[in-house]
Ligand binder design. Sequence first.
Ligand code: 13P
Ligand code: SF4
Length: 365
Amino acid sequence: MTASGPTEVHVSGFTPEVEAATAPVWEKVRRHVTPMEWRLQAPLIHAINQLKRERRAVILAHNYMTPDIFHGVGDYVGDSLGLAREAARADADVIVQAGVHFMAETSKILSPEKKILIPDLRAGCSLAASITADDVRLMRQRYPGLPVVTYVNTSAEVKAETDICCTSANAVQVVEHAAREWGVDRVILIPDEFLARNVARQTSVGIIAWRGRCEVHEQFTVEDIREIREAHPGAEILAHPECPAEVLAEADFAGSTAAMNDYVLTRRPRQVVLITECSMADNVAADAVDTEFVRPCNLCPHMKQITLENILQALVEDRHEVTVDPIVAGRARTAVQRMIDMPPPSSPARYDLVRARHHVDVELI
Ligand code: 13P
Ligand code: SF4
């Protein structure tokens, strides 16, 4: 294939050179990719990696990318918090966000001088779509003096109305920090209702929440977890805090995608279930070959818009460039930077499951 645009690129076939250059990636993905698929993927991976060097580009890949992207072309891989930190310090001219649109906007907010590309504009997020800047302004009017803590899964305009951002990896820490700094005993935590309910069980700070939901994690139910336990009594069950609180209460561990990764790689359970997006297990499995993964996962249709083909096109044709109005970006940067400036936890934050089993009310708007 030959693609043209600002940069010319020729994608060769599965030549011996391509095979040799991509052999370490093949070792990682061979359990999830057939040899036939690999003959098509390897030349794309090789071309992307060459083009990255020419363009001084880096690829930030979220844990929900498919293994070909995650292991093949990701320069920095991780959860939303880790990718935001990398966007701020990446030494590059171009960042390709192998993730969803709000992540690309966060990169632009933190690195306004860099060119930020998202390979497919349809890579949105049900949480980001659930709330607008006007909604946040109305909440502020209703609760004057309370700090607004916003999940990074939101638009730049919403972040601009925010006091401090958080991710699932640091939400409890940020909520407690905001309550201390503002001298209040309640905070507004938006837009994920379930994350808010899960955080409320971890802290004595009162939570005012919004009705947003992640369309992937809201689908998991208590019945699903009980059925898995019955079918796989030895399996350790790890759940993401965007799941309903009742699901977390039934799990053995809860944390961000990076925390789940860390749990599997350090504890090496014999059998594990990751209650989250499907690709997560494939990516961790490549590094945890002795662990058996039970896979009752749900696909994120937004994350799955990103492919090797459109990453290559992004680099060749400089598309789709993500821009943020400079005034909005400046205000949003304050909120994101306050989060980045907080000391990173010594190990990825986990949710206390004893506390997770005790119901705590949140005020839902
Ligand atoms: P984390 O990677 O921060 O755990 O978030 C999961 C997610 O849904 C990102 O969209
Ligand atoms: Fe949004 Fe959920 Fe998809 Fe993450 S997994 S991008 S929160 S819809």
